[in-house]
Design a protein around this ligand. Structure first.
Ligand SMILES: Cc1cc2nc3c(=O)[nH]c(=O)nc-3n(C[C@H](O)[C@H](O)[C@H](O)COP(=O)(O)OP(=O)(O)OC[C@H]3O[C@@H](n4cnc5c(N)ncnc54)[C@H](O)[C@@H]3O)c2cc1C
Length: 398
């Protein structure tokens, strides 16, 4: 049984999981979670305000997380990793939510997405070259799908990689790229054969220090202020032939489709931990704030709304844990992952909105973590495939 100390992220008011134990939280994962929490509270939490106002997370934080063994924990030891499973990474993501930083530290992209593209599809040389550096935090990784002209309609990307005698020449532009300012490596979605629609797409490992690569603005967002989200430009960038992920052209769309359920589940996991953290902060607040001679908590409206919200958070947790178990067993399909992504992110937004409301005017003040969590949550319904696209994917199976 998980105790509140294991799960709480610094003393929870409401223990969401004391009578519930997901199968994926093994003893080993709990030990990792405890270590992650201690690390995050001492090394990350004190810097959140500064990172939020400067618009990016210090590169040093990546190295610190790498030195602590928290990046890419599911990478096997032969590639420098901790030899754990994705469950370790999920526990780390939950702990990031508990300190209210969440996905603003773009590690779901780095460890949860990029490392797994390399592990799943990389050649042996690509794995040996990049994975140890991703694990240590020496290299920060990004994934470049979205372009100014196309997001949801991924097959319409315009970035081109034209075969040369000695490699590929890349021209194109990406936008909204998480880790865009800090990235040393990008897994770039490019067309190697524009006539071939999905079969013409390849994923290319592009070293961000190559001539012709440049970073645009660190984009100003309405939330996730600590995250560096950027435009990136590729102008006559020459990469070696062995920069194609897996070594074979035209596999990109298949590789993307294969990994998307995992990416969508990462968003859902963050959403559930965010709901729980927001509710915890709100319970603490409404029990201490007074109006009309009583605690805000004592108004029946407050109690009923919170009773509804903790019920929804529990339903979300059980559903998402089922998805985690499916993923770990290798059978999370696109339909169920899409359900998890749209529903959990929708509930996260609804619950955080309630949390802001119950904080009154203080809920609208940036210095209150609940305000930041509310603005950070909005994008969860947009990135990783919009919630409308999730419903399209589900509907295909109806
Ligand atoms: C903070 C942030 C971080 C991001 N990080 C990354 C990253 O690291 N890498 C990356 O590649 N991208 C990233 N993105 C991009 C993100 O994935 C896209 O914004 C998203 O996929 C939507 O694409 P779009 O913005 O072009 O919207 P559009 O595709 O133009 O969609 C606009 C609207 O139309 C709707 N729509 C589109 N097609 C359909 C349809 N068939 N049926 C019904 N409705 C439809 C959409 O749901 C949406 O409501 C990030 C975005 C943000 C905001």
């Amino acid at each position: 049984m998980r105790d509140s100390d294991t799960q709480g992220g610094g003393g929870m008011n409401f223990d969401f999981t004391s009578d519930y134990q997901p199968s994926w939280e093994t003893d080993d994962v709990s030990i990792f979670r405890n270590a992650a929490r201690k690390f995050l509270e001492s090394e990350f939490q004190p810097h959140i305000e500064r990172w939020t106002s400067q618009g990016f997370i210090d590169k040093a934080a990546w190295r610190a997380a790498g030195s602590g063994g928290f990046l890419c924990p599911s990478v096997p030891e032969e590639y420098g990793g901790g030899g754990g499973s994705l469950a370790h990474h999920f526990a780390w993501l939950e702990e990031l939510e508990r300190i209210t930083l969440g996905a603003a530290f773009g590690d779901a992209v780095h460890s949860g997405i990029c490392a797994h593209y390399l592990l799943e599809f990389g050649t042996e040389d690509q794995k040996r070259l990049w994975l140890p550096k991703l694990v240590s935090g020496e290299v920060v990784c990004a994934i470049g799908m979205t372009e100014p002209g196309t997001g949801s309609d991924l097959q319409s990307v315009k970035t081109r990689a034209v075969k040369q005698e000695n490699g590929f020449l890349i021209n194109g532009q990406k936008t909204f790229i998480t880790n865009g300012q800090n990235a040393d490596l990008i897994i770039l979605v490019a067309k190697t054969d524009p006539e071939a629609r999905s079969k013409g797409i390849s994923l290319i490992l592009v070293d961000m220090s190559l001539p012709g690569v440049s970073r645009g603005r660190n984009l100003e967002k309405i939330g996730m202020h600590a995250a560096d989200t950027s435009e990136l430009f590729f102008e006559d960038v020459l990469v070696d032939s062995d920069a194609i992920l897996g070594g074979e052209e035209g596999q990109g769309f298949y590789q993307l489709m294969n990994q998307l359920p995992q990416e969508r589940l990462l968003i859902a996991i963050g959403a559930v931990a965010s709901m729980e953290t927001g509710l915890d902060l709100t319970l603490e607040y409404v029990k201490s704030r007074r109006a009309f001679g009583q605690a805000i908590f004592d108004f029946q409206n407050t109690k009923h709304r919170l009773a509804e919200a903790v019920t929804e958070a529990r339903v979300a947790r059980v559903f998402i844990d089922d998805c985690v178990e499916r993923l770990l067993a290798g059978n999370l399909d696109s339909k169920v992952a899409s359900m998890a992504k749209w529903w959990a992110s929708q509930k996260q937004n609804e619950i955080l909105d309630l949390c802001v409301q119950l904080h009154g005017g203080y809920g609208y003040m940036s210095e209150y973590p609940i305000a930041r969590m509310w603005t950070d949550a909005r994008v969860q319904k947009i990135y990783g495939g919009t919630n409308e696209i999730m419903k399209e994917l589900i509907a295909r199976h109806l």
